[in-house]
Ligand binder design. Structure first.
Ligand SMILES: [Zn+2]
Length: 270
């Protein structure tokens, strides 16, 4: 999942991944989730890598505040249709679940990371769903494709029964272990929460890596939290508080603490 705050132009037609959709709909789970995607008129296109882009826009007018989400599912054009279908099963978990508010002044880095992995619509659920669909597809596809699905999902099928171990396996950081700690320590957020996640992450080799960020999920999510916070903060600082409406003034003032938590030099300015 990639959360971004910049508006983008949607120009590609919705039917770009029809082969993948047709394969996904051969499975019972796939039919259910595609029905929901169609109902929500979700846009699914092909692109470089598979990801879900969620653009959150906050509209402030006087005392009113409204949040709009624009969701775009992208499926890697370089994969075989069977693996595109499996990717789609993953991305639809992100795309079809309710989104949290990135503008919430109380949103902190650790909650953001843990929600991104463990919440409804998070990575743990997305990977479970892709391998549930994978299990159904194994019986339907050619032997070589079936072997590839088994290789991808073996660990998941084995581990999912133990929910605790399953979630913990997302916190393996490998060579990124010390970088994660250094970055986390530079975010002056909720210290108790920082300590809590510092105990969960492990230096073992990562089991799961974000394809979009090319690093393990906890680090990818920490970087994402910093990026969106910096974007919100640079925008709120640019505004003239004196001339702003009531809702905008309140939003700017309440963001101060979250903005100040990122005064460290470990992260470059947006
Ligand atoms: Zn994902």
């Amino acid at each position: 999942m990639m959360l971004s705050l910049i508006m983008m132009v949607l120009s590609t037609p919705v039917n770009a991944s029809e082969r993948a959709i047709a394969i996904l709909e051969k499975t019972a789970i796939g039919r259910e989730i595609m029905a929901e995607a169609r109902q929500q008129k979700l846009s699914i296109i092909e692109g470089k890598i598979s990801k879900t882009e969620i653009v959150a826009t906050r509209v402030l007018r006087g005392k009113e505040e409204r949040l709009d989400f624009n969701v775009q599912v992208i499926i890697s054009r370089d994969k075989s249709p069977v693996f595109q279908a499996i990717d789609l099963a993953h991305e639809l978990v992100h795309a079809l679940h309710p989104k949290s508010n990135p503008f919430d002044p109380k949103l902190n880095a650790v909650d953001y990371i843990r929600a991104g992995i463990e919440s409804e619509g998070g990575e743990a659920q997305a990977i479970l769903q892709e391998c549930k669909v994978g299990r159904e597809l194994v019986a339907m596809v050619e032997e070589d494709q079936a072997q590839l699905i088994k290789a991808r999902c073996q660990y998941v099928w084995k581990t999912e029964k133990d929910q605790n171990q399953w979630k913990l396996s997302f916190y393996h950081l490998g060579k990124y272990f010390s970088l994660f700690h250094a970055k986390l320590n530079s975010v002056k957020g909720d210290q108790a929460k920082n300590n809590q996640i510092a105990k969960i992450v492990q230096p073992k080799d990562p089991m799961f890596t974000s394809a979009a960020a090319n690093k393990p999920y906890p680090l990818a999510l920490l970087d994402e939290y910093v990026e969106i916070t910096q974007k919100i903060c640079s925008k709120t600082q640019q505004r003239k508080i004196a001339s702003a409406g009531t809702a905008e003034k309140a939003a700017t003032l309440s963001m101060n603490e979250r903005c100040q938590s990122l005064s460290s030099a470990l992260f470059s300015a947006p």
